[in-house]
Design a protein around this ligand. Structure first.
Ligand code: ITT
Length: 213
């Protein structure tokens, strides 16, 4: 059984559209800090696999505001908790900084290796970063320190849009301030969002690869 390890039910709902046999596993794995999503997702998948002991996917996603050099990007969760979604929207609109995109990285780990394939295994992303030390520093007594050599496979998706006044009641996080083709993600149904979203695109790539595995 494939487990989607997350604390966010919305993500699981979105994944169920692409994957028949996926069930959620609620584990708030500690996230390392990094300036891109890939190493965060890869490290999360290793920790999640250590905990669950079955094939896992995790995803790390963020909102990248282009004129802000991609901020908040990998810091999106922290910025949502501290500043809040509406304040991010006001900041961006006040600066005329409305071009933005969402990006999602899905990381898969089942403890085994992979055949060569077009998607990058994350070794390159990890090179040059002492993630093992970072992980040891952030691990709590409950956490297993994941084996840095466990292979992880990454799938990415992105969607362009712009930052607007909040509209809509659906979705989560930054959805109300993110407009794609005239509609905010919070105004879309889960299926409509999935059809164009960063997560939907990454999930579609993952589902195609996983079907062969
Ligand atoms: P898990 O880490 O437990 O999976 P999370 O909600 O914390 O759940 P992320 O770390 O990936 O998920 O999210 C980073 C931030 O980006 C957080 O503030 C989310 O609300 C936001 N975010 C991620 N995907 C989003 C989406 O599809 N729509 C709107 N906001 C999103």
């Amino acid at each position: 059984m494939l487990r989607y390890v997350t604390t966010n039910d919305w993500k699981v709902r979105e994944a169920e559209e692409y994957l028949d046999a996926v069930s959620s596993f609620d584990y708030d794995y500690p996230e390392i800090q990094a300036d891109s999503l890939e190493p965060i997702a890869a490290d999360g998948a290793r920790r999640a696999f250590d905990r669950v002991g079955e094939p896992v996917i995790v995803d790390d996603a963020g909102l990248f505001i282009e004129p802000f050099d991609g901020f908040p990007g990998p810091y999106s969760a922290y910025v949502e908790e501290t500043l809040g979604v509406e304040a991010v929207g006001r900041l961006a609109r006040g600066e005329d900084a409305t071009r933005a995109y969402f990006r999602c990285v899905i990381a898969y780990c089942d403890g085994k290796g992979f055949e060569a394939s077009p998607e990058p295994v994350d070794l390159e992303d990890r090179r040059g970063q002492d993630l093992a030390a970072d992980r040891r520093a952030t691990a709590t007594t409950d956490d297993t320190v994941a084996d840095d050599d466990l292979p992880v496979k990454l799938f990415t998706g992105a969607v362009p849009g712009r930052i607007v006044e909040p509209r809509g009641d659906g979705g989560f996080g930054y959805d109300p301030i993110f407009e794609h083709d005239g509609t905010t993600f919070a105004e879309m149904s889960a299926a409509e969002k999935n059809a164009v979203s960063h997560r939907g695109r990454a999930l579609a790539k993952f589902a195609e690869w996983y079907a062969e595995r």
